[in-house]
Design a protein around this ligand. Structure first.
Ligand code: ADP
Ligand code: MG
Length: 305
């Protein structure tokens, strides 16, 4: 199969003086993949995106984008980015920014289309400096898409958004990316990861501790969460292979399982007086917290989940 490799990072390390931001990081992304870089603050996500864009340079290892050096003109023409720190002039209006950015590209998206996609209607004569945080982020999003890029790089694109704007942004990213464009998106929002990622890379302390589809990550922890108020002893469940994780805090019990019925039945047998029994699908959040728990990180086996 001749799939195009869009991003190829090999044994990349990056430090800022005494702070190690990326340890030994390798990643290969094919055309059309939607990768979400998920992880807590300080995990190294933005550092990686800045290396991809050629804003920073690696200390060790190598990165190629479309087979070229990051920052190369031919790469820049095919890449659209929205970073956490934008530094764009505050005195130009929304429309002026879009017009200016469009001149950098050979096949830019029409200005009115950008205004629609980023929901900036009615704001096009306002200066950047007069916009709210969320509106500024929307303009940055429009500027990222402006050049009709093959590779879209978004660093926490919805942090200043209200719920409605965030969901609209997800729809637009989804539609724009389609199946042909490649997405690299950093976030610590699990819903955002679940909505937009077909490949989730969990960053922790300068390393990727898991790299898999959202479904695969969820299945790590079992597909179903059973919860109840009970003082039952959890030992009975530890022997069950269907039970992947047990949390028992005060009298609140949560079991993550691959098959609900036999476990619910055992639970009711052990404690017929339990309260608030609930059975629901496990979320990516559950898997994420499970993966980031110190016991799991020490296993060092997660990159191959
Ligand atoms: P994330 O985007 O996952 O929150 P970053 O890549 O921004 O993580 O940061 C990774 C680590 O590098 C953190 O410990 C952060 O404090 C540090 N760091 C990032 N940028 C700088 C900088 N310009 N100077 C010094 N340390 C930095
Ligand atoms: Mg960041």
């Amino acid at each position: 199969m001749n799939e195009e490799i869009v991003v190829e990072a090999t044994n990349v390390a990056k430090s800022y003086k005494e702070v190690t931001a990326l340890k030994d990081f390798s990643l290969r992304v094919s055309r059309g993949q939607r990768c979400v870089l998920l992880g807590p603050n300080g995990a190294g996500k933005s550092t990686f995106l800045n290396l991809v864009l050629g804003v920073l340079r690696v200390d060790r290892g190598s990165i190629a984008i479309f087979g070229e050096t990051p920052g190369h003109l031919s790469v820049r023409r095919r890449t659209g980015a929205m970073l956490q720190i934008s530094g764009i002039p505050s005195t130009l209006t929304v429309r002026e920014h879009l017009r200016l950015f469009r001149t950098y590209y050979q096949d830019p998206v029409p200005t009115d289309e950008l205004i629609r996609i980023a929901r900036l209607e009615g704001l096009d004569r306002r200066t950047f400096g007069s916009l709210s945080g969320g509106q500024q982020q929307r303009l940055n999003f429009a500027l990222a898409l402006c050049g009709n890029p093959q590779l879209v790089v978004l660093d926490e694109p919805s942090t200043s958004h209200d719920v409605e704007a965030r969901m609209a942004l997800w729809d637009e990213v989804d539609q724009f990316t389609g199946t042909e464009r490649t997405l690299l998106l950093a976030t610590h929002n699990l819903q955002e990861a679940e909505r937009l990622g077909d490949r989730i890379l969990i960053f922790h302390d300068g390393q990727v501790i898991a790299d898999a589809s959202p479904e695969k990550l969820r299945s790590l922890i079992g597909t179903t969460e059973i919860s109840a108020q009970t003082n039952v002893s959890v030992e009975a469940f530890e022997r069950y292979k269907q039970v992947k994780r047990i949390e028992h805090v005060d009298s609140h019990l949560r079991l993550y399982v691959t098959e609900a019925e036999p476990v619910v039945s055992l639970l009711l047998q052990l404690d017929p007086d339990l309260k608030n029994l609930a059975v629901k699908p496990a979320s990516l959040q559950d898997a994420y917290l499970h993966l980031l728990s110190p016991a799991r990180i020490n296993e060092h086996t997660l990159a191959n989940v």
